[in-house]
Design a protein around this ligand. Structure first.
Ligand code: FES
Length: 321
């Protein structure tokens, strides 16, 4: 189980006309755990929801900063933060977890869309502070909705930042092709934003010859089911340690079946986007439904299954529990 921290909402302020920055400080006054750009926390909201948000801004020991967009199709988390959360409120959060860390010191191309700017803004600040090269392209519909626009407009010494507004005729569709140069072997792409944007980035980059292993992405959006419960086949989930096995019917996740049978499962987002429930697979063929693992990880010899959402292509899946 990930370490839990008690924090207090220290401040809330607007970032653009549809996002809210939230500063969290330790309730005890002790320093908060260190984090690296790309890390996220689980925010346990008093309304019972748990949501994942990237840490952003500077890495400080006394506070964490997150930024939350107002989502018209909110499943409750964004609405609660925008309408109900107030300074002084106490919250429970997880310690930072990083599934989107910068892999090395080489040059990076950061491609953000919408609220996907949050982890990439932290990456930009770290690169700038340590004198390592970067280029950030930030895509928004309207300039007024851009978060951290004032901060991103300051002069930079080690990289450049370009804001693209589709309302001004500068959309990813028109621009990606141009800004993605031929890969130089060392440079890596880090992209965050809506799934459609990240797919467009990946497709355009692969077309230009970028290896999949140099394209890193993170999406905080639920997996869209590609089949209905009627289409799903029942399969057997087996614990390698004890040999216990149970059927996983169409209307239940592996995690639900395990919990019903008294097996502790580390769960957080329950949408395949955080990685908390990833478990090694020792036998069978995983039907991957998560977005937390890359295409390369999903086709690697050593397989992990997201217990909250993935299923099985084979009749039985043996997991390392
Ligand atoms: S609980 Fe988040 S990926 Fe399964």
């Amino acid at each position: 189980m990930n370490e839990m921290l008690n924090v207090v909402v220290d401040g809330l302020w607007c970032q653009g006309d549809r996002s809210l920055a939230v500063r969290l400080v330790s309730a005890s006054g002790e320093a908060l755990p260190d984090w690296e750009p790309g890390a996220h926390i689980d925010l346990h909201l008093p309304c019972g929801l748990i949501r994942q948000y990237s840490l952003t801004g500077e890495n400080r020991a006394d506070s964490y900063l997150i930024c939350v967009a107002q989502e018209s199709a909110s499943r409750g988390g964004s609405r609660y933060i925008h309408q109900t959360l107030r300074p002084g409120q106490k919250l429970l959060i997880s310690a930072p977890r990083n599934l989107f860390a910068l892999r090395d010191d080489g040059p990076v191309l950061l491609l953000a869309a919408g609220i996907g700017i949050t982890p990439l803004y932290a990456m930009l600040l770290q690169r700038e502070a340590t004198g390592r090269p970067f280029v950030l392209h930030y895509f928004v519909k309207r300039r007024e909705e851009a978060a951290f626009l004032r901060e991103l407009s300051r002069p930079l010494s080690h990289g450049i930042c370009v804001v693209h507004c589709s309302a001004e005729g500068d959309s990813p569709r028109q621009t990606l092709e141009t800004i993605l140069s031929t890969p130089d072997g060392e440079e890596r792409i880090y992209t965050c934003g809506p799934v459609g944007f990240m797919t467009a980035v990946r497709d355009a980059a692969v077309k230009k010859g970028w290896p999949q292993t140099h394209i890193h992405s993170e999406a905080f959006a639920p997996v869209t089911p590609t089949s209905t419960p009627q289409d799903e086949a029942t399969f057997t989930i087996t614990l390698a340690s004890s040999g216990e096995k149970w059927p996983v019917p169409a209307n239940k996740s592996i995690a639900q079946v395990l919990q019903e049978n008294g097996v502790a499962v580390p769960l957080s987002c329950e949408m395949g986007i955080c990685g908390a429930c990833l478990t090694p697979v020792l036998g069978g063929v995983v039907d991957h439904r998560d977005t937390v693992q890359s295409a390369v990880e999903k086709s690697a010899a050593a397989q992990h299954v997201a217990l909250c959402c993935s299923r099985s292509h084979s009749g039985e899946l043996v997991i390392d529990l």
